[in-house]
Design a protein around this ligand. Structure first.
Ligand code: ZN
Length: 94
């Protein structure tokens, strides 16, 4: 299905698919989208010599100029750690 970064399915094949069986396929596509995006951001960060370092993992941050973390996992991790270590004593709902 995925050859050389291209994903293509002819319309007649799409119409022949069982809509009930698409969840796994959609999930696969979503994963590869995420991986592609992470790779692109890493490459952009490598290309960008002025990139800031991510406070969570130290890798360079690419993309939006106001981005602090290199990816959402780092942002979430930093947020969780600030909750655990810090100022907020409010009981976590999660
Ligand atoms: Zn990071």
């Amino acid at each position: 299905m995925a050859t050389g970064g291209q994903v293509f399915l002819p319309e007649k094949d799409l119409l022949a698919l069982n809509p009930k069986g698409l969840s796994g396929f959609i999930e696969e596509l979503r994963k590869s989208e995420t991986q592609t995006r992470h790779l692109r951001k890493r490459l952009e960060a490598l290309q960008d010599k002025s990139a800031r370092a991510c406070p969570a993992c130290g890798r360079p941050v690419a993309g939006r100029s106001d981005a602090i973390y290199c990816r959402s996992e780092c942002r979430v991790r930093a947020y969780r750690e600030s909750r655990r270590n810090g100022y907020s004593r409010i009981k976590s709902i999660s």
